[in-house]
Design a protein around this ligand. Structure first.
Ligand code: NDP
Length: 446
């Protein structure tokens, strides 16, 4: 990055947020692609948009005490970062994972601003979470944690103010407990959370949305470059919500998904992943992915996550967590003939990995565009809740598909307009940024 003004804003961000490398990484990546915008739009510099957009509007950090099954008090830390409300109520998921601290929540909240803008729905950016680990906890423990978490959070959220959703470690069970506690505390039945169960305001196709949306975006990017999913070999990391439904849709589009993983290791099934079995292991039994080889002894299980990127494939869809593909793994993917990386997880590629993608002319679908289908469908859930009505699976899926096609078009045309054709990362950042920036400028210095 050469622009002196952006460098000075970035310096302030570094000083203000020490010890938060993921947040600095996310801001740096966005700023690097906004240099042409700074040159073309001095009015946005004048309005202080760049200085303001990197500072959250509000950050809440709170104690989450709960009692475990042995009657012992446990204490976790809860977070909600309400980053930007220029174009709509705050919106973003809740991550429950031991690695959660303010830097992770801030990077996710910052990314969410641009992602939500790209969906073209009126949603601001936010993120929340806790260092609580739902893995290995009983349903009762998870419920008591969620009730305690909401007992503070309810003061700060609301259907027209801030609408949290799921993320790593927060699935239908956790959303149900959070919703129940909010309703009890506020005595209102509103769409304060998305990803709700279908019997209490959830939207059909929300569960599938991020994984399906990732494949719709990727298919569009492939098509624009004379390629498609059909007949291709695909490697997907993770085996959670995003990975499972990305596997389903990629398979429906004619690809063969040969690998999935969790935080312990990965399975490689060259005959194609048996998704019904993975769903049984992960969604029903809540067990580890290594169970897969008990039913499919012809498949391989390997300990450790990184090795998954050494499996030869045409298309890689990282769907687990941040920084899971580094420069070395990206180079191996490229050497093995992988021509497309499209991100289901948030910021799964390190800056060095992204350099490798561009150096090898690989198609690169950045997370804030490629995985926006989840939040887009959350936006559709909010619309249905406001209408007190629900749409069919086909209706929601068709709207999701249309949104993902439009997101690709927006990235593609911004990349061309700003002189970086084919750089969908720059296109996503610029298109997502401009809408929020115009709104921030119009609303004055707030
Ligand atoms: P889940 O909790 O359902 O699944 C996460 C998967 O990733 C699990 O297989 C998990 O393994 C693995 N994983 C998590 N942390 C690590 C780690 N540190 N190292 C290796 N593997 C890890 O989460 P989701 O599928 O919902 O989310 C996955 C990614 O997609 C995240 O980056 C999330 O932010 C992003 N995303 C999710 C959306 C959604 O709608 N759910 C929307 C947009 C983005 P294990 O079980 O062993 O922990």
């Amino acid at each position: 990055m050469k622009n002196a003004y952006l460098l000075s804003v970035l310096e302030t961000v570094k000083k203000r947020n020490p010890g938060e490398p993921e947040f600095i990484q996310a801001v740096t990546e966005v700023f690097e692609t906004l240099e042409p915008v700074v040159e073309k739009r001095p009015d946005l510099v004048e309005a202080g948009v760049f200085d303001r957009i990197v500072e959250p509007e509000r950050q809440i950090i709170f104690r989450v005490p709960w009692v475990d099954d042995q009657g012992k008090v446990q204490v976790n830390r809860g977070f909600r970062v309400q980053f930007n409300s220029a174009i709509g109520p705050y919106k973003g998921g809740i991550r429950l994972h031991p690695s959660v601290y303010s830097g992770i929540i801030k990077f996710l909240g910052f990314e969410q601003i641009f992602k939500n803008s790209l969906t073209s729905l009126p949603m601001g950016g936010a993120k929340g979470g806790s260092d609580f680990d739902p893995k290995g906890k009983s349903d009762g423990e998870v419920m008591r944690f969620c009730q305690s978490f909401m007992t503070e959070l309810y003061r700060h959220v609301g259907a027209d103010c801030d609408v949290p959703a799921g993320d790593i470690g927060t699935g239908a069970r956790e959303i149900g407990y959070l919703f129940g506690q909010y309703k009890r505390l506020q005595n209102v039945f509103t769409g304060v959370l998305t990803g709700k169960g279908l019997t209490f305001g959830g939207s059909l196709a929300r569960t599938e949305a991020t994984g399906f949306g990732l494949c719709y975006f990727t298919e569009e990017m492939l098509k624009a470059n004379g390629k498609c999913f059909a007949g291709k070999t695909v490697v997907i990391s993770g085996s959670g919500n995003v990975a499972i439904y990305a596997t389903k849709k990629a398979t429906e589009l004619g690809a063969k998904v040969v690998a999935l993983s969790d935080s312990n290791g990965y399975v490689y099934d060259k005959n194609g992943i048996d998704l019904a079995l993975v769903k049984q292991i992960k969604e029903v039994e809540r067990k580890r992915i290594k169970e897969y080889v008990k039913t499919h002894p012809e498949a391989e299980y390997h300990e450790g996550c990184k090795g998954i990127w050494t499996i030869p494939c045409d298309i890689a869809l990282p769907c687990a967590t941040q920084n899971e593909i580094d420069g070395e793994s990206a180079a191996i993917l490229a050497k093995n003939g992988c021509f497309c990386v499209s991100e289901g997880a948030n910021m799964p590629s390190t800056p060095e990995a992204i350099e490798v993608y561009f150096a090898n002319n690989m198609l690169y679908g950045p997370a804030k565009a490629a995985n926006a289908g989840g939040v887009a469908t959350s936006g559709l859930e909010m619309s249905q809740n406001s209408q007190r009505y629900s749409w069919s699976f086909e209706e929601v899926d068709a709207k999701l598909h249309g949104i993902m096609v439009n997101i690709f078009k927006a990235c593609d045309s911004a990349s061309k307009e700003y002189g970086m054709p084919g750089n969908y990362m720059a296109g996503a950042n610029i298109a997502g940024f401009l809408k929020v920036a115009e709104a921030m400028k119009a609303q004055g210095c707030v």
